[in-house]
Design a binder for this molecule. Structure first.
Ligand code: HEC
Length: 473
């Protein structure tokens, strides 16, 4: 624990990131796809000399500007705040490993933001050729920002063998490119690009739905139909991209999927399979709606239809991201750092030296007392006039440091609910399993090992017991 712990009651810190991230992902992918859409749409309208169409594109670019620059940038910064608070150790690791990546990312952000502002404010003010060029500068730099962030995001799922072999030695920068172009990089890039293009088509419906169908029926029909075509690449290629992605996953993740699929017949749905089944159905419904409403009845598209479709897309993105999060457990950076910020290779050290010994967030006095207790032989402790009681404060620090990344005391994934009805001995047996972390322990699939000395583990048990059974010390 090198950083203070951010305690978020009820929903837990993970959901703070989750909620912000899902909104940001929707907007940022639209920002990439929408840029490509604007560039192609303007080209087409100018080539066919369609003034009415150009006017609509200009309106669409205003909606685009507000949504991406204001909401997109704000949620992007909010992600930084929330990850830095809830996973400071992982955020720091990502910053240190990808200095070049971040620097390039922010360069593209600046180009992107400047280009879209120039694009919007120079409609009818510069030559058609120049205006289109600015549109392309935006589209390319926006896609490049995806190209870069995709490397960092996929790294977190699986950093790849090369990088893992030097992790912790200080030689990580020599494996920058291997870490960046990790095994799931390309399938994920393809998948995300398809999502971007789909969202561009969906968001265009918001603008198109507001065209008056009585006054301009032809225009509305043409724009809705042309925009609906943007859903086609995803329809054809997402299954291919998904399969490719699956094949590149680490074996442990594949096994998790297989377990889920092979147990469907028995009615056992793991969270992953449930999500996968939802995704397949939701995508089919999305394309069905797109076909029936957008393709067959383009003139009757209303704003409410457009918003409903976007809501569906939003839920698909939410579930996909949740799946990625579930797959990554118990790690925040695959095979390197657990979700609670503990590096895999530090586990042994914490078991022998003590977990809290290495934190600056408690007094030296407490540390000294705990150290004396932990290193006392049983003979020495037997000779004490009063036996040592594990201390609740120490237990609470253990809980905050190692469990609160995924659990809350009384809200989401509530530890009180999960342990309800257990007495101290029964809590001990579960906690011992987490601490021993045997090869065949079912907990290994989603929980990191509990690390620390015997005294620390006892203190955690005592704290949990006091929480569940309301025992005061
Ligand atoms: C990486 C995230 C993560 C961390 C860190 C984590 N857990 Fe969990 N834990 C889970 C998940 C996921 C479940 C399954 C929850 C469910 O079934 O609703 C779970 C379930 C549990 C259960 C119920 C197990 C059962 O068999 O019923 C207990 C008890 C528990 N955790 C205790 C802890 C303790 C104590 C810590 C800290 C030492 C901890 N967890 C750290 C993710 C985590």
């Amino acid at each position: 624990m090198n950083y203070p712990v951010w305690v978020v009651p009820v929903i837990g810190s993970g959901w703070v990131i989750g909620i912000i991230a899902i909104i940001h992902i929707l907007i940022s992918h639209f920002a990439v796809g929408g840029g490509i859409y604007l560039a192609f749409a303007e080209r087409k309208a100018r080539k066919e000399n369609r003034k009415d169409w150009l006017e609509i594109i200009q309106k669409h670019s205003r909606f685009f500007l507000y949504l991406t620059i204001v909401a997109g940038a704000m949620t992007g910064v909010a992600i930084w705040f929330s990850i830095a608070l809830s996973s400071p150790e992982a955020t720091s690791a990502l910053i240190h490993n990808f200095v070049l990546g971040w620097a390039s990312e922010w360069t593209f952000f600046i180009i992107e933001i400047t280009a879209i502002i120039v694009y919007y404010y120079t409609w009818n003010r510069v030559s058609a050729k120049k205006h289109e060029a600015v549109g392309w500068i935006y589209a390319i730099s926006a896609w490049m920002s995806l190209f870069i962030i995709n490397g960092i995001l996929t790294f977190m799922l699986d950093p790849g063998k090369g990088w893992l072999s030097v992790a912790g030695t200080g030689a990580e920068p020599s494996k920058f490119w291997e870490a960046f172009f990790n095994p799931t990089y390309f399938p994920s890039l393809l998948m995300r690009t398809l999502v971007c293009i789909t969202l561009a088509g969906l968001f265009a419906m918001v603008t198109a739905s507001r065209i008056n169908e009585e006054k301009e029926p032809k225009l509305k029909e043409q724009i809705v139909k042309w925009s609906a075509k943007w859903l086609m690449p995803a329809f054809a290629l997402i299954p291919v991209a998904a399969l490719w992605y699956y094949l590149m996953l680490p074996q442990a993740n594949k096994d998790l999927f297989k377990l889920g699929v092979s147990t469907i017949g028995q009615g056992i749905f793991t969270q992953l399979t449930r999500n996968a089944v939802f995704l397949i159905f939701a995508s089919i419904i999305l394309f069905f709606i797109a076909y029936v409403f957008l393709w067959r009845h383009p003139k009757s598209v209303k704003l409410s239809h457009a918003l409903l479709i976007i809501l569906l897309a939003f839920s698909i993105i939410g579930v996909t991201e949740h799946m990625r999060e579930m797959m990554r457990k118990p790690y925040v950076i695959g095979n390197y750092m657990y979700s609670n910020g503990i590096r895999k290779f530090d586990a042994e050290k914490f078991n022998s030296e003590g977990y809290l010994r290495n934190t600056i967030w408690t007094t030296e006095e407490s540390k000294t007392t705990w150290h004396i207790q932990d290193t006392m032989t049983s003979e020495e402790s037997d000779n004490l006039s009063s036996p040592i009681q594990p201390d609740l404060y120490r237990g609470e620090l253990m809980f905050r440091g190692q469990c609160i990344a995924c659990h809350t005391t009384n809200g989401y994934r509530s530890i009180s609910k999960l342990l309800k009805g257990r007495d101290e001995a029964s809590i001990r047996s579960i906690i011992d399993m987490l601490h021993e972390y045997k090869e065949d322990s079912p907990y290994r699939k989603f929980m990191p090992p509990l690390v620390g000395t015997k005294g620390e583990v006892d203190a955690l048990i005592k704290y949990l017991d006091s929480l569940i059974n309301k025992i005061d010390q």
